[in-house]
Design a protein around this ligand. Sequence first.
Ligand code: GDG
Length: 510
Amino acid sequence: MQPSLDSFNSPNSEEYCSSWEEMLQNRQLIIASNHGPVTFHKDENGENQPQRSGGGGLVTALSGITQHVDACWIASALSEEDKAWQGGLVPIGEESGSIRVKFVISDDAAYDGYYKVIANPLLWFLQHSMWDIFRSPTIDRSTWQNWQNGYVAVNRLFAEAVTKQILVDQRPALVMIQDYHLYLAPYFIRRVLHPRAKYTLMHFIHIPWPGAEDWGFLPPRMRQGILEGLCAVDLLGFQTREDGLNFIRTCESHLPHAHVNFKQGRVWYRNHATFVRDFPISIDVKSLRRLAETEEVAEYHKSLLEQYGGNPLIVRIDRIEPSKNIVLGFQAFDELLELHPEHRGKVQFLALMVPSRMEVEEYQNYLNELMGAAGQVNAKYGDSAWEPIRVVVGENYPRAVAALQLYDVLLVNSIADGMNLVAKEGPVVNQQHGVLVLSERTGARQQLESGALVIPPLDISATANALHQALIMPTDERKEKAERLRNLIEGEDIVDWLCKQLETIVKLGL
Ligand code: GDG
């Protein structure tokens, strides 16, 4: 799902895009993220072949910009074939052209400490309000080893790779660093480069930034390292205004000698200004529509219709991820069937679950938990003719798009979610005037609440009630809401997300 050249030149964005396009012509673009746009695997002939990375929204969101500039994407090597890659241009999809990809190779123990202990679950859980303070996390000697030899070490390697790339080219660099895996890298980059080297550091955080009190639970050394890392950035982007304000509050509370200015969205630290802004991420509407019209999606559409056609369909699509709150969603469905027996034997709940971070213990356990929760509902209400909840585990994007075309109700009940792209994809391709039931703790709520039924995600009764309201909603109201959502999403797609960041760089003279 990449923005096309047309969409970059769309009438809405033409005026300010011309200035950032000009700005990009004189710069090299460096993107740094843990997962790159491709990973290499051996094909049947034993040749190393790149495969588009799937899963999260990040790769999708950034691929488009690389059609327009000379870009280099630096990412962790995730396979032996990645490690063997010498660097160079890689095609990343029919329309996205090619991109220079370089891999950072860390030893396995360092990578595991960085990824499986510190980034996930420690930081991810903290930032999604999922710490069970009573019991977890336990920060002990082993956590500290993983911090130092894992998170710090891998961030240092990324910083070295970025620095090397900045110096290889005469042109000033624009560096776009992504997400919570790489909070420390900006500090190391700035420390190594000459003060007069020409580069601009951006960092975009895709996940929520909780309040200063939550960060108070992290040991001061980790907390300060993270804040110093982010205060080495020139432009720091968040999904929502609240996330940005929370960051400034966190600096005010926990970063000695930082000077904050809420009105101007700025933190001064060690003679350097970090501008804090919100850039709500979105989807590439055109590409999604194109995919929705393919044969492959049509085949899945037909097969889903054969299975569920005629019955009201509730759909959810998520990575297998505790913050997506899948278990409580099933419990809400249980309550719906309990309180409204008229739905029994009719309404079908289809849950498409994408495996994710299965090497992290918490995620393995969560898969078992959600299967158990679905099993309980099925045992309680199901019979030979009706399985109330169908859980399908696997990665299959065309099938996900077909399910989105068919839902009567789309359930997104995350405990916390930076944005949630499924909530934006659904209304664009849905063909049933389906209703979106949306957690108030998603970034998407900010833009979509007027067209959705908004729920507090921990309230099972409120969720059950919203599902019921959605199922019995009169057609006119459904149509009106569905259309409103479509308009809101079409009005601000992925192109705007990218343009606004680049425009801000130009406006601030960074
Ligand atoms: C993080 C933040 C933020 C679905 N099934 C398959 C598949 N998908 C697609 C979805 C959607 C994407 O994956 C998931 O994006 P989300 O936004 O829902 O969630 P995260 O993965 O947690 O993403 C999130 C996002 O970053 C962007 O900033 O919105 O808050 O947590 O597009 O349709 N993709 C593939 N196979 C599938 O079977 N490849």
